[in-house]
Design a protein around this ligand. Structure first.
Ligand code: SF4
Length: 379
């Protein structure tokens, strides 16, 4: 196996155009130094992804990025055809099912995007690859390129990196927040809403996501989640990713403190409340410094304030009300609704049988008019 692929796939724990995409850890396998990541697809199917760069040679110098121009480390570049050939070798040897591909910038966003598109075109057309492809949209890519990426890939993404223009200037002063990063995400949404997916792989447009470097620019959780909320509502994003900032040696931000992993977790929990649980941004339990409290799950913090003294009757609650209870997610709320059609729910053990973390839910619910919290000791 070409050792450039080993180099680039292991460097992917620092993904170009956003930091870091995934961590190489004990769940990853190495095939002749090429790192393969276990992953779960949006439909729940498990898969093995090759996450890699087409090139790690970058012309820009974003402050936080290990690939910034002038930083001394081993770089590598593939031509689209040779990369596609190598990937297909892995795929045919049953070592990788899908591909996540990004690139550092060389010759501008349009030219770099062209190379990523060429790679996907060769894989889908010439080599007949029908597996999963996640294709990065480069800063400054053109609308036609964005549309082609959406036809070829299952998912496309643009890393906003920071929640707004002022914060981005602290991370990557040569990137233009609106024109280079936000505009391609707007195009993705516009194309999906206005055009039939003609010529799109499997007859549907790619889904879209973004990623932030959490804590890199001194931004608050409120700023990150405000942009996240708009991304879900206005841009049709399938997901936002948060990667805790970690200083990289030999960059202008090498002496900045890393962001605690717990902050990353709280941001994910809050973003799921916005996306899947019907919460509005204004309902999230921000402290006076506009950050989420670290010691407590944001949904639990909300329930402590709003449900502790006015618990929800599980037998009458609407789906939206059930989703407010810690320990109850969208699937479990549906299970409760089906179960209570058959008989009244009177006991925490009935909830437990449905798969609900009944101890978490107990302080915030009533069962047939009685406080469930008093049953907890029975367990
Ligand atoms: S454009 Fe910036 S973030 Fe992207 S690879 Fe180059 S230096 Fe890193």
């Amino acid at each position: 196996m070409d050792n450039r692929l080993g180099l680039l796939s292991s460097q992917m724990n620092f993904e170009a155009d956003g930091l870091p995409v995934s961590h190489v850890n004990s769940t990853c396998s190495r095939v002749k130094d090429v790192v393969i990541h276990p992953a779960v697809m949006p439909n729940g199917r498990k898969t093995r992804l090759l996450k890699t760069l087409l090139s790690s040679a970058c012309e820009r110098d974003c402050f936080y990025c290990p690939f910034r121009a002038g930083r001394d480390f081993r770089r590598a570049t593939f031509a689209p055809e040779e990369f596609a050939r190598l990937f297909m070798q892995l795929h045919k040897a049953d070592l990788a099912d899908g591909l996540f591909i990004s690139s550092a910038l060389a010759g501008g966003g349009i030219r770099t995007q062209e190379k990523l598109l060429d790679t996907a075109e060769i894989l889908r057309g010439k080599m007949g690859f029908r597996g999963y492809i996640h294709l990065k949209i480069m800063p400054g890519a053109e609308k036609g390129q964005v549309m082609r990426a959406m036809q070829l890939a299952d998912r496309v993404s643009v890393n906003l990196e920071a929640p707004n223009k002022a914060r981005l200037a602290k991370l990557a002063p040569r990137k233009v927040f609106w024109e280079e990063l936000l505009q391609p995400l707007r195009w993705v949404d516009e194309i999906r809403r206005e055009k039939a997916p003609q010529g799109a792989f499997k007859g549907k447009w790619a889904s879209s996501t973004t990623q932030f470097v959490a804590g890199g620019a001194g931004e608050s959780d409120l700023e990150l989640l405000s942009t996240t909320s708009r991304g879900y509502k206005d841009l049709g994003l399938a997901r936002t990713y948060f990667m805790a900032f970690n200083p990289v040696p030999d960059t202008p931000m090498e002496n900045k403190s890393p962001t605690p992993a717990l902050r990353e977790l709280r941001l994910y929990q809050a973003s799921f409340l916005l996306r899947d649980y019907g919460f509005d941004l204004e309902e999230l339990p921000f402290a006076s410094d506009e950050n989420l409290p670290l010691p407590i799950d944001p949904k639990e913090a909300w329930a402590e304030i709003h449900l502790k003294h006015t618990p929800i009757e599980v037998n009458d609650a609407t789906p939206r009300e059930l989703l407010r209870v810690p320990g109850i997610g969208p699937k479990l709320a549906q299970k409760i609704i089906r179960a209570r059609r058959v008989r009244q729910l009177r006991d925490l053990s009935q909830l437990k049988k449905l798969g609900i973390a009944s101890k978490r839910a107990a302080p915030f619910i009533l069962l047939d008019g009685k406080k469930a919290a008093s049953q907890v000791r029975l367990f």
